[in-house]
Design a protein around this ligand. Structure first.
Ligand code: NAD
Length: 310
């Protein structure tokens, strides 16, 4: 496993990170014991960065991850979030931040969190995030409960705006740098680089679009993007390679992203995704993929308050 610095935090994170959303049954029901084995398998393969949220499965993912990390806490860098609790349930107030962090600490069975991120801030009032949410996480940092502070969102513009106005150690961007969508590099990556903010790229498989199983029913992408994803998966199959390997390899080659977060819940997925770290893509096949991507390149979908997005 290769490790990279997470911005200016001093943390060295594995290039492949463990996304724990699937542990909360977000992509369908999992076998809980297999989920625990997946976490152990990831640690054994050198994955040291784990990302979760109280939102995933209404706290189920945190509870399952906490159980899996029993006795192994010191081997991982643990990131969770605050502010989002359901599809339409957001609370970025200082009071809720403190309560949320205390609850996460309990569920995760630890007395400190390496990273707490304000979750999906495109749904928040930016003024509140800048002047209340993030300062409250910094207060918890001063109290020794949190080591670093970050933000997450889907629109890159939102992350740029808030990260320009408030001090953050990390930015988590999802579905904005993968085989089909690459607009993270337009403004967000240069901003993160210039400020030495740790950049976390999540959802390299475009939340299931770039897998044999395909996207879950709730997936918000336009149909044309999902169809292009299915074509890429089929092309990979015809060439005898796993779409996940190709998709992950593409993300792992980014020159500034510290860790690429793939959602995993089985040992098989962990082993396959670790193989991506040494997988070599075929230039000819990448050209064919590019042809599929061109008509739908950088097609996204709305997320967040209307006032927050252009
Ligand atoms: P992803 O792109 O990693 O895709 C996950 C899906 O792919 C799941 O269905 C999983 O079972 C499947 N999968 C994983 N490896 C596979 C393989 N080798 N072969 C076939 N299928 C495979 O999407 P994600 O889980 O949404 O993103 C990764 C993580 O990033 C999340 O778990 C979460 O921790 C984080 N994330 C954060 C935010 C946010 O903060 N707003 C948003 C999205 C993701």
């Amino acid at each position: 496993m290769e490790y990279r610095p997470l911005g200016s935090t001093g943390l060295e994170v594995s290039v492949l990170g463990f996304g724990a959303a699937p542990l909360g049954d977000v992509f369908g029901r999992i076998h809980p014991k297999e989920g625990v084995r997946a976490v152990h398998c990831a640690i054994d393969h050198g994955i040291n960065f784990f990302d979760v949220s109280p939102y995933y499965g209404h706290t189920l993912a945190e509870a399952r991850l906490g159980k899996a990390l029993d006795g192994k806490r010191d081997r991982v860098i643990l990131a969770t979030k605050c502010g989002r609790y359901d599809h339409d349930d957001f609370d970025f107030s200082a009071r809720r931040v403190t309560a949320s962090v205390e609850e996460s600490l309990r569920r995760l069975g630890t007395d400190y969190l390496d990273l707490v991120q304000a979750h999906d801030i495109e749904f928040a009032d930016f003024g509140q995030v800048i002047h209340e949410t993030l300062p409250e996480v910094h207060r918890l940092q001063a109290a020794g409960k949190v080591r670093f502070v970050g933000v997450t969102a889907f629109p890159c513009s939102v992350l740029c705006e808030v990260a320009s106005a408030a001090p953050v150690d990390t930015i988590l961007s999802y579905c904005r740098y993968n085989l089909l969508i690459r607009d993270m590099d337009e403004r967000l990556t240069p901003l993160a680089k210039s400020r030495k903010i740790g950049l976390i790229n999540a959802s390299p498989l475009l939340m299931g679009v770039l897998t044999e199983a395909g996207p879950p029913p709730w997936h918000p992408a336009p149909v044309s993007l999902k169809l292009a994803g299915a074509k890429i998966v089929e092309l990979c199959r015809r060439n005898g390679v796993a779409a996940a390997h190709v998709a992950l390899r593409f993300c792992l080659d980014h020159d500034y992203v510290a860790t690429t977060l793939a959602g995993m819940s089985t040992t098989r997925q962990v082993v396959e995704n670790v193989k991506s770290c040494t997988f070599a893509g075929e230039p000819e096949m990448m050209k064919q993929i590019q042809k599929i991507v061109e008509p739908v390149a950088n097609l996204t979908w709305p997320s967040g308050r209307k006032a927050n997005t252009p």
